[in-house]
Ligand binder design. Structure first.
Ligand SMILES: Nc1ncnc2c1ncn2[C@@H]1O[C@H](COP(=O)(O)OP(=O)(O)OP(=O)(O)O)[C@@H](O)[C@H]1O
Ligand SMILES: [Mg+2]
Length: 289
């Protein structure tokens, strides 16, 4: 099994787009970049004991709030700031779920061999997407049928991160989770910074809506006219995550076969109706609660 699902030289134009796609407070993006650069820098100057920086940033929040996309964008921003860097994404699911003691060995190998091999060549940014599968909470495992392997995989991940950050000071780990309660607390405790990414506020929804309409208007120019009702869309989309919001704006065109074929026929009331329906679906209400 190959534990690395993506391996790229930074910066990447796609990642730049990813960073700009996600609408969050400007302060959040700035903080993430600053914290990443700070962690890298402090580790150059101090011993781990004096300044226990693990080079681990965690993005936590509900599904569809842009964590994975933001993580890729963040990697790119850091890559640009340090000149160039290597980006790798690990397969947390594959690593965390192997059976018969395999996962423990594979997780150890990743932190003690695979990542160090990149790190000796230069700054290395690692995405641990959905980290709850790699570092599952050991306290919860007692209820599971065969928790031993998962327990050992979490132990191996924690030990691996400790070793890695002491030996290689130019690594940055960016982890995401939409289920922080399932992540082992010892992993969260190692984070230099945990950013809680919530559903987009009114300002962010406005940007997402206008961005999506602008994209559609490139192909169907009359969509441009829908922008004048943005206040109503913002109101109708309260509580939605960014992913659902982008989908719902586009889904408004499925109000009829005619509009689906020609988006120039899309009307503001179609958008409002679709947003209201999408926002009132049960899982959305849970998120908003
Ligand atoms: N705040 C946002 N601003 C703009 N677009 C957003 C935002 N949040 C989500 N999106 C849209 O949703 C898509 C999916 O986001 P992403 O996969 O990064 O979410 P996630 O938080 O990692 O979700 P999950 O927890 O389900 O993995 C993005 O590519 C983007 O189009
Ligand atoms: Mg994700």
């Amino acid at each position: 099994m190959d534990a690395i699902v993506e391996n790229l030289a930074l910066p990447q134009p796609d990642f730049e787009v990813a960073w700009n796609t996600i609408k969050v407070d400007a302060g959040v993006k700035e903080r993430l970049v600053a914290q990443s650069l700070l962690s890298l820098q402090l580790r150059q100057h101090y011993s781990f004991e004096a300044m226990p920086m693990h080079g681990l940033i965690v993005l936590s929040g509900p599904p569809g709030t842009g964590k994975t996309t933001l993580a890729r964008g963040l990697a790119n921003e850091v890559g640009k700031a340090v000149g160039k860097a290597r980006y790798i994404q690990l397969d947390a699911h594959g690593l965390g779920s192997s059976s018969l003691g395999k996962s423990q060995k594979e997780v150890s190998k990743i932190f003690q061999q695979t990542i160090p091999e990149f790190a000796v060549l230069g700054p290395t940014i690692v995405l641990l997407d959905e980290v709850e599968t790699l570092a599952a909470d050991r306290q919860r495992m007692s209820l599971e049928a065969n928790p031993i392997d998962a327990h050992r995989a979490t132990d191996a991940a924690l030990a691996g991160i400790d070793l890695l950050c002491r030996k290689h000071r130019n690594t940055l780990l960016i982890a995401t989770t939409n289920y922080p309660k399932a992540v082992d607390r010892a992993l969260l405790s190692r984070a230099d910074w945990i950013e809680d990414i919530g559903p987009p506020n009114a300002e962010a929804r406005k940007e997402i809506i206008l961005d999506t309409l602008a994209l559609l208007a490139k192909k169907w120019p009359k969509v441009e006219g829908l922008k004048s009702h943005v206040a109503a869309y913002i109101h109708a989309s309260e509580g939605m995550d960014g992913r659902r919001l982008r989908k719902a704006i586009a889904a408004a065109a499925a109000i009829s076969i005619e509009t689906a074929k020609d988006l120039n026929k899309l009307r503001p009331e179609h958008v409002i109706e679709t947003l209201k329906r999408a926002a009132s679906q049960p899982d959305i209400q849970e998120n908003a609660a």
